[in-house]
Design a protein around this ligand. Sequence first.
Ligand code: UD1
Length: 422
Amino acid sequence: MDSILVTGNGPLSGQIPIAGAKNACLTLMPATLLSDAPLTLTNAPRLSDIKTMTTLLQSLGVEVTSLQDGQVLAMSSHDLTNHVADYDIVRKMRASILVLGPMLARHGHAVVSLPGGCAIGARPVDLHLKALEALGAELELKEGYVHAKASQGLRGGTVDFPFVSVGATENAVMAASLAKGGTVIKNAAREPEIVDLVQCLQKMGAQISGAGTSTIEVQGVDRLDGATHPVVTDRIELGTYMLAPAICGGEVECLGGRIELVKSFCEKLDEAGVAVEETKAGLKVARKNGAVKAVDVVTEPFPGFPTDLQAQMMALMCTAEGTSVLEEKIFENRFMHAPELMRMGAQIDVQGGTATVTGVERLKGAPVMATDLRASVSLILAGLAAEGETLVNRVYHLDRGYERVEEKLGHVGAKIERVEGQ
Ligand code: UD1
């Protein structure tokens, strides 16, 4: 298994191109199942999670052609040959559940294994299933698989989520696009990835309004067409690289970044003493003057502070002046990076969903273990600013969500290399 070796090397300077969003691409790809016409995605990120979704779609009979070094994905779901999403693929990635709604909507039946994914909490799929039931699906759980049926097709209904779920909103929107009649989705997620999905579905001919608000209305249509759609910028990759100059000093411009994707995050950076400037090409980030100050953070659904940036923000707080309190409200087990950061000399006290971080002057390099996708990158960020060498082990998580991390950080002056596993 590969590792990443990082050596603290002082301030960073230069530009980092930000890729298309992993999480948007993982819901745009299953949208191909809704139509017998081709769907082409541009600005796709080159990640192992995208390869896993490609393998899953291909197993269902979707033709997926990867062009321009993986940045363009041309898909056609003309003939689906299989309606079973197998455990061996689904267990690798939780987002696999996103094939359920579209397959059911277009074909009236689907069998999908219950997913795995990052070990950051229980992460059930009950909201996905309730949403599909509200649209008339009959569901049965057998031997780890969801068997879904809608013999007469799905029909519009009201989906009222008890709390916000990104994936369940995506499954509901896709399924409702081909249902008979109208659907109202209440307490819908408002993430930019939902807006991106809806824009793509609209290009395919779907009748949807309200994306980006908590009520989405869908008027089902008989058939959806093909489309070509660019994947929205990855706001989590953006936020991660914005933290690099905040942690190491220097100035980095993140190409393709836009404030509206990371507004609440930018507000926290501002409070901490990190300046973000909008440029023609993206966002330029540098410390305002001198030290970073401790700030408190609470993770929330969009437009609040993203849970997917909590680990990276904690890396910044490890060497900030003062004490910060980070509250994780989305996932119950998302501080697995804390003990690893403590191996590097960080002072962190975790009590349930709250981590109290007291800034130290400097972290010290150490061998550490990547435990999930965002935790891995937080350890790399911490290593960039630490004294000496940090070896981040088990980086397969990182490859799920960050394309060419060594290359991107290396370009702005970081000392970082991949060590091939035995
Ligand atoms: C998506 C993102 C993930 C991000 C998360 C929250 C993708 C591929 N992944 O994950 O990176 O961290 O949003 O912004 O887009 N829940 C239930 N029952 C359900 C569904 C969710 O209890 O049926 C719970 C989850 O355990 C979690 C909370 O709801 O505590 C929010 O999860 P959700 O928004 O659904 O996350 P994902 O869509 O899985």
